[in-house]
Ligand binder design. Structure first.
Ligand SMILES: [Mg+2]
Length: 399
């Protein structure tokens, strides 16, 4: 008997999302053309320049050893007939939105985790599916319906992981692909989770895996059977606790359908004394620098990137003005924020049309960053993938 208090959590993950979405779009535009998913193919950020890296690959490409995160040139050396298409974020955003829309018709509690992933709390929806007379028992019937509706109406496939918590649902959706449903309930972890190498544990980075290997912890099961205090002593309090609990399949975070995404960050400073063209330097650049650093830290701490930078000023007559600029790529860099903020301030204040030419004084300066994303909409560049491919795979939003 499954205890009543047990939750039913789904993790939905689009199979090779960028590649599938590019393939589906292509088929729609040219019906009867070759389906990219059936041939060795890959998505890359920057094909012409040959500097690009592979951001998604087809299953046939995988058979040639093509890896996510590797340079296009290297992938082509492994597989000369590899068909490469350029990433198309507008299309990806559209399919992502269509996917979420379908999911929300099955549960009120859907949490989008990245461009191609979501958690659903399906607890309590059993009666709805039973009433419809499906052959399979709940929750299999629900997962089958969701998976098939996505495939039939949107044209791409997903894997669904089912468990009683988010961690296990997430881990099991990564098992055999594509178009599959897997379960990983706490009573199944000995058989399905513990034999896996420790590096496969969600949230176990390479450095942690290396430390654990040195302790002769090779599998997730090895970690689960360690003394928690030993793990804490070697990995630090937080990491040790996390590894021990997650290796044992424990996770009590909830699917938050109501999660309010932060819209942006801003910071303002009242100047020690009113600023004119004469005393702009060095005070204002120093403040802009400090605020930019602060905003960058916030973005990094929350794992997000901003694509709009804005400045705000207040004059000595308490009138507010602001200017903003949209960036081609989102950023979390303090230098970039500072550069744009400085440019906007100079445009607003200096020159013939500038406010200083009208003898306006400034008493407050602010900088803000908005239009946040989790990094999935940035142009992928070599820089993003300088670390080994493993990190690339772990990167949220890099399907
Ligand atoms: Mg995916």
């Amino acid at each position: 008997m499954i205890p009543r208090s047990r939750k039913t959590i789904f993790h939905i993950d689009v199979n090779a999302a960028f590649l599938s979405w590019s393939a589906v779009k292509r088929l729609k535009e040219a019906p009867g053309s070759v389906d990219l998913r059936t041939i060795p193919s890959a998505v890359a950020g920057d094909i012409e320049e040959r500097r690009g890296v592979i951001t998604a690959k087809s299953i046939p490409a995988k058979k040639y050893g093509v890896e996510t995160g590797e340079p296009v040139v290297k992938a082509l050396a492994k597989c000369p007939e590899l068909v490469i298409v350029k990433s198309d974020f507008e299309t990806y955003r559209r399919y992502s939105a269509s996917l979420m829309k379908i999911l929300k018709t099955y549960s009120p509690t859907v949490e989008q985790a990245s461009i191609d992933e979501a958690y659903m709390d399906m607890t309590g929806t059993e009666a709805i599916f039973e009433a419809e007379g499906d052959d399979e028992p709940f929750p299999m019937n629900a997962a089958t319906r969701i998976k098939n509706e996505i495939r039939n109406t949107l044209g791409f496939t997903v894997n669904i992981g089912i468990s009683s918590n988010k961690l296990l649902a997430k881990m099991v959706s990564d098992f055999e692909k594509p178009d599959r449903i897997h379960t990983l309930y706490p009573e199944e972890i000995g058989e399905k989770l513990w034999p896996l190498p420790i590096a496969r544990l969600y949230g176990c980075g390479e450095a942690t895996a290396a430390k654990l290997n040195a302790l002769d912890v090779r599998t997730i099961g090895d970690a689960a059977h360690m003394d928690e205090s030993i793990l804490r002593a070697h990995l630090g309090e937080r990491a040790g606790r996390y590894i021990y609990h997650s290796a044992n399949g424990m996770d009590d975070s909830s699917v938050s359908g109501a999660r309010e995404e932060t819209k942006g960050y801003s910071h303002e400073t009242t100047l020690p004394k009113d600023v004119t063209a004469e005393n702009y330097e060095p005070e204002v650049p120093r403040i802009v620098h400090a605020i930019s650093e602060k905003l960058s830290e916030r973005l990094k701490a929350d794992g997000v990137f901003a694509s709009t930078v804005a400045i705000q000023i207040k004059t000595d007559r308490f009138v507010r003005h602001s200017r903003q600029m949209q960036l081609p790529d989102s950023t979390n860099s303090a230098e970039k924020i500072e550069e744009i903020a400085t440019l906007l301030l100079k445009r607003l204040l200096f020159g013939e049309q500038g406010m200083f030419s009208r003898n306006v004084k400034i008493r407050l300066i602010g900088v803000s960053v908005t239009k946040l994303d989790r990094g999935e909409f940035r142009q992928m560049s070599m820089f993003d993938f300088m670390k080994p491919a493993k990190r690339a795979r772990r990167m949220q939003g890099t399907p």
